[in-house]
Design a protein. Structure first.
Length: 380
């Protein structure tokens, strides 16, 4: 269903965060009558969706929401904010999804293409909503599983599935359901497009042709750029990864402090630990996403101490019982203070939360900045 005869259309946008507001503006500029609803910002009692031609849920709205269920039952067309933008998109597109590494790869592709004289822009879940982006150059679109749930536009010249690890089980009934949401990217690839999937991902998730790739972020970026004729990848040598991803903060009394606030699942924590050669004092915790923390036990030889904080601290402590010295505190500030006391010379204090930030912070960026401030204050 395209936006035809828009003057007669009426849409309900559920969720008025950045994505929802952008979708509302996008529709209103096209003459659609929009009702915006937000359980917190703009609550409204709606008992029936008759009269609405379109239901637009923000990515953070689960299908279990009463209005979402009502839209399904009343067969109201459902489109996410990304779908609204992409079905009208006329520029070449690269779609990037996976549990970890999406933003890094999207930015890496953007950097490499621009350095080779090909105009490109990282868009989508990486920052500005798609419905607010100018259609120009090549779009490199970061896609979450939430966005893919409502995406059906066949627009991508290249698709990348970087990895699929356990995450967001507070939203999905099973890991398989989460994995299938990621694999749905295959249905949005153009007929002559390419889909590249990391070798670690189960081939049984896909029903259409794809190519496995070996390697990690840089290889994924190379494949996407090569599709557009790039043969020189020297620009990747000058690429600087975004903040909050195993980011060195400072060194105090021969102890190095690293901020890995973007690690919002256990797999990301394990990846960070693999990158560090020293003994680690790990700071972990936040809002639980119904994930298992048992896999952390495989890193026991590297973990000198574990400081658990936030809403998930009891669950994490129980999972790591008997593993090493586990210390429970309430706040991030207390966690940093405890880590500093536990760390010995040449240790690394690694802040890799393995959880969502929403029990105490607006997002992982705010949480990471808070960690850096707390650490730097210790210098003075």
């Amino acid at each position: 269903m395209g936006l035809h005869a828009v003057s007669k259309m009426k849409a309900l946008v559920l969720g008025l965060g950045v994505s929802g507001k952008s979708a509302q503006n996008f529709l209103e500029k096209r003459g659609v009558s929009v009702v915006g609803v937000d359980d917190t910002l703009a609550p409204q009692k709606i008992d029936n969706l008759s009269g609405f031609d379109l239901f637009v849920p923000s990515p953070g709205i689960a299908k279990t929401h009463p209005l979402y269920q009502m839209a399904i039952e009343q067969k109201i067309p459902i489109k996410g904010e990304a779908e609204l933008a992409l079905e009208a998109c006329t520029v070449p597109c690269i779609g990037v999804t996976g549990t970890n590494g999406k933003t890094t790869v999207v930015k890496m592709i953007e950097h490499c293409l621009n350095a080779n004289g090909v105009e490109a822009k990282a868009v989508g879940n990486v920052g500005m909503p798609l419905t607010s982006c100018e259609q120009k150059g090549i779009w490199i679109v970061e896609l979450s599983s939430f966005q893919l749930e409502t995406l059906h536009a066949i627009v991508f010249d290249v698709g990348l599935v970087l990895n699929i690890e356990e995450d967001h089980l507070d939203r999905y009934e099973s890991f398989h359901d989460y994995a299938m949401a990621k694999a749905h990217l295959e249905n949005c690839i153009k007929e002559k497009g390419d889909l590249f999937v990391h070798e670690s991902v189960d081939e049984g998730l896909f029903s259409k042709p794809f190519q496995y790739f070996v390697g990690h972020n840089e290889m994924a970026a190379r494949l996407a750029c090569a599709h557009f004729g790039i043969k020189n990848f020297d620009a990747l040598l000058s690429f600087e990864k975004p903040p909050h991803r195993l980011e060195f903060v400072t060194q105090i009394d021969d102890v190095a402090y690293y901020n890995d606030s973007k690690a919002t699942n256990v797999a990301a924590v394990l990846n960070a630990l693999e990158e560090i050669d020293s003994d680690v004092v790990l700071i972990i915790g936040g809002q639980d996403k119904d994930l298992s923390f048992e896999p952390l036990r495989q890193a026991r030889k590297k973990l000198a101490h574990v400081i658990v904080f936030g809403q998930a601290r009891e669950k994490i402590a129980d999972a790591l019982q008997g593993l090493s010295d586990v210390h429970k505190v309430e706040t991030l500030h207390q966690a940093v203070e405890k880590a500093a006391l536990c760390a010995k010379k040449a240790d690394v204090v690694l802040f890799s939360p393995g959880c969502a930030s929403f029990d105490a912070f607006k997002n992982y960026e705010e949480r990471g900045e808070a960690f850096k401030r707390i650490v730097r204050r210790r210098i003075s």
